[in-house]
Design a protein around this ligand. Structure first.
Ligand code: ADP
Ligand code: ZN
Length: 737
């Protein structure tokens, strides 16, 4: 029998699996996901079994040495790993690390005695093999012994036979465990679960009709072990409440749950609500956890000690052996796309994992991605709708403010007269204000008034942003430059144009000196703890104005807020991206949902220079469906997803000329190979130079993934990437590059 194994060589997993022979003694023990010791060169190293090929192309196949853990990864998870590698065009060895804890710790193998107590009940005549009797006697006295100590007592192959005999006849049982303690699976969880489930039922929230209906569908799906859903509900419509009940239903069936949120900052909220209901069964997993902690969490999930994991997209790879439910909250968020190899999309991978493990997948959003809503319109996702706000909350009144008017009236500030008025009355009433602007720093554009000079980053092809601490910074690579106020080229004076969050903060402090202001952007939030602080301060009403970037402040629930201001709705509208309008619509709708979440009526003011733009007008009306119809029609006409499958090939290198010529020759080859493939470009990337590297790209369109993959394989097979050029292959790109 042969096995293909991803092996580790000098702390790196080798991309392509290698083929080994499984020795007869290990045939019963080796499965998909088994952790083994294997020879490589004249050394030994670790490997993970990912397949059982019929034959090998190499001569002299080496033999697997030892089993370190028969089930490091559950086998459906290994299938998922292989699927991802194929789907996203990367190597299994690149995908494997996503599924592993930072530190691979060996589980100990224990043998526990199940037969009668003491030596007396044992008759040597019961056993075929004399050693079996001795081992049985020893185990009956000790109760539970590690395999290692048995081996040191009885070295040699006979021990294995003796243990096999005892196991087959039900005298002993083998367990794998990370600690020396008995496995906690049986010990702690069932009682705890019951207690918690009781708790949640005692809470006095009566679900609305819509919530009950949604839950009913999810419960049916959970029982059947299949079903993909899109839960479309405006903010505050009680989606999270539905998730919680579905989690309880999954636990009741003995299944585990993965809950994904789009941003790190949203983990605590979700985790708190889950912990309230399910206590110790809930764990948190994300990339910034310290190594040891991440390993511990991984082990708890693997062993079944914890059953619910909350985290950002990487938590999707948690090693739950019995999975019942995957929830992806704020499904439309671009952060679900991974920006390094393997360039996966958590939504696609979740649907695949659900299928492989018999789990229900719920995508939830107030503003579903056009792709997801399209799938729902085709019946590939079952659409569940929550139309009403729960707890009596009403939709806020939204006003669009035409900033061209302000300009014509000769005002130069970033806060319109209307917005200032509303801020004043809101603060007077003792209520809170949220202001959004998707730009950090003080002034995003710096220009010389005399010669037009713009300070740019020396590593990246972008202008530098002025910050209040008197530094110019690159927002791509972090480069810092001092500020002199005069132009280095002509000595003229430099103008600070446009507004970032710092400038809005300064303006608020000038106009409303009595306001207590907080700012939440990645400059003010160097750590998740700082974010918690700001969040708690604002929640406790220690401040009454919070200025933030949309990405950070999304999903926040502040009952005291009755006014939301969008400083500049146009920031995301004109990005060179076919999703720019959709993004703008989503941001504005989400932001508007922050106002008046409780009984108080909320107000939202949107400042824009494009007051007729549909993405803005429809967001103001909270009219998702009309926006979707507009958007899907334009995607159909312009041939964009979901009507085609996209891929992006990115080329990077230190010398611009080399990058360009590589891009052109790749484009030529691709244009030759496929008739169903449409090749756009080559063109410079959206940010044409980052950290000293020039970037060009090709965009490919094909009717579906299969055609795309075939054309890419044919094209890339004939293409020889020149030295010094990096080629990035991305299936289904989501973000600008
Ligand atoms: P969403 O996730 O859609 O934004 P949540 O589930 O967080 O909405 O619900 C918003 C608030 O309303 C929460 O405080 C929640 O406890 C409460 N809530 C949810 N469902 C109900 C209900 N049926 N009746 C009363 N309150 C509810
Ligand atoms: Zn830079």
């Amino acid at each position: 029998m042969l096995a293909s194994v991803i092996v580790n060589s000098s702390k790196q997993w080798i991309g392509q699996p290698l083929v080994y022979e499984v020795p007869a003694s290990l045939i019963g023990e080796i499965r998909l996901g088994t952790w083994v010791r294997v020879p490589i060169g004249n050394r030994e190293t670790d490997g993970v079994v990912v397949g059982f090929p019929q034959e090998s192309t190499v001569q002299n196949v080496k033999v697997i040495g030892e089993v370190l853990d028969p089930e490091l990864l559950p086998s459906p998870v290994v299938e998922l790993l292989l699927w991802m590698s194929e789907y996203y065009l990367c190597l299994p060895g690149e995908t494997l690390p996503l599924f592993l804890p930072p530190i691979l710790k060996r589980r100990q193998c224990f043998w526990s005695w199940l037969g009668g107590k003491g030596r007396e009940g044992l008759d040597p005549a019961l056993f075929i093999n004399p050693l079996t009797f001795e081992v049985a006697a020893y185990l009956s006295r000790r109760g539970r012994v590690t395999q290692r100590s048995l081996k040191s007592r009885w070295p040699g192959k006979e021990l294995d036979l003796a243990l096999q005999e005892l196991e087959a006849r039900g005298f002993v049982v083998r367990e794998w465990s990370w600690g020396s303690k008995a496995s906690k699976k049986q010990a702690s969880s069932p009682g705890l679960e019951e207690e918690n489930l009781r708790d949640i039922e005692q809470q006095v929230i009566n679900l609305t009709f819509e919530q009950r209906l949604a839950l009913k569908y999810l419960e049916i799906g959970l029982k059947q072990g299949k079903g993909n859903f899109l839960l479309h509900g405006i903010t505050g419509s009680g989606k999270t409440e539905v998730y919680l009940r579905a989690v309880a239903a999954a636990l009741n069936l003995g299944k585990g749950v993965i809950v994904l949120v789009p941003e790190h900052s949203l983990i605590p909220q979700m985790a708190e609500r889950l912990k309230e209901a399910f206590g110790h069964l809930v764990v948190i997993l994300h990339g910034d956890l310290p190594t040891g902690e991440r390993t511990g969490v991984w082990e708890k999930l693997r062993s079944g000690e914890a059953k619910i994991v909350v985290g950002t997209r990487s938590a999707l790879f948690a090693p739950l052996p019995e999975l019942g439910l995957i929830v992806i909250d704020e499904e439309h968020s671009p952060t679900y796309k991974h920006e390094a190899n393997p360039r996966y999309d958590a939504r696609e991978v979740a649907l695949k994992r659900g299928q492989l493990q018999g789990a229900v997948v719920v995508l939830g959003s107030a503003t579903p991605s056009t792709e997801a809503y399209f799938l729902a319109s085709r019946g590939q996702l079952k659409l569940l709708v929550l139309k009403q706000r729960v707890a009596g909350g009403q939709l806020p009144k939204v006003e669009i403010i035409d900033m061209r008017e302000e300009y014509l009236q000769g005002r130069s500030g970033y806060l319109s007269v209307r917005l200032q008025e509303e801020i004043r009355t809101t603060l007077k009433r003792g209520e809170q204000v949220l202001l959004f602007l998707n730009r950090r720093g003080y002034a995003p554009h710096v220009t010389c008034r005399c010669c037009g000079y713009v300070p740019t980053c020396t590593n990246c092809a972008v202008g530098l942003t002025y910050h209040v601490d008197g530094k110019l910074r690159c927002h791509y690579c972090g480069l810092e430059k001092g500020w002199r106020g005069s132009c280095p080229r002509c000595g003229g004076s430099l103008a600070l144009l446009g507004a970032g969050t710092q400038r809005v903060e300064a303006e608020i402090r000038t106009i409303f000196p009595e306001a207590r202001v907080l700012r939440a952007d990645s400059d003010s939030l160097k750590s998740p703890r700082r974010w918690r602080e700001i969040y708690n301060l604002f929640l406790a009403r220690q401040a009454n104005v919070l200025i933030g970037t949309q990405t950070i402040a999304k999903g926040m629930d502040f009952p005291g807020v009755s006014l939301v201001g969008v400083i500049n709705a146009d920031v995301s509208l004109f990005l060179p991206d076919f999703r720019a309008r959709e993004r703008t619509f989503q941001l504005l709708t989400q932001v508007a949902g922050r106002a008046g979440r409780r009984s108080r009526e909320g107000k939202v003011l949107i400042q824009t220079f494009n007051p007729q733009e549909p993405a803005i007008v429809l967001a103001a009306r909270q009219d998702y469906e009309s926006f979707y119809h507009l958007e899907i029609a334009s995607r159909r006409t312009l041939r964009y997803p979901p009507f085609v499958k996209l891929a992006r090939l990115g080329l990077m290198g230190l010398y611009e000329g080399e990058v360009i010529s590589a891009a052109f020759s790749l484009a030529r080859i691709l244009k030759e190979v496929g008739t169903s493939l449409e090749v756009l470009g080559p063109a410079p990337a959206a940010i044409p130079k980052v950290r000293g590297e020039y970037r060009w790209q090709l965009t490919l369109k094909a009717p579906g993934w299969q055609e795309l993959k075939e054309a890419l394989e044919a094209g890339l097979g004939r293409y020889c990437c020149p030295p010094g050029i990096k080629l990035i292959k991305e299936i289904g790109p989501v973000n600008l590059w």
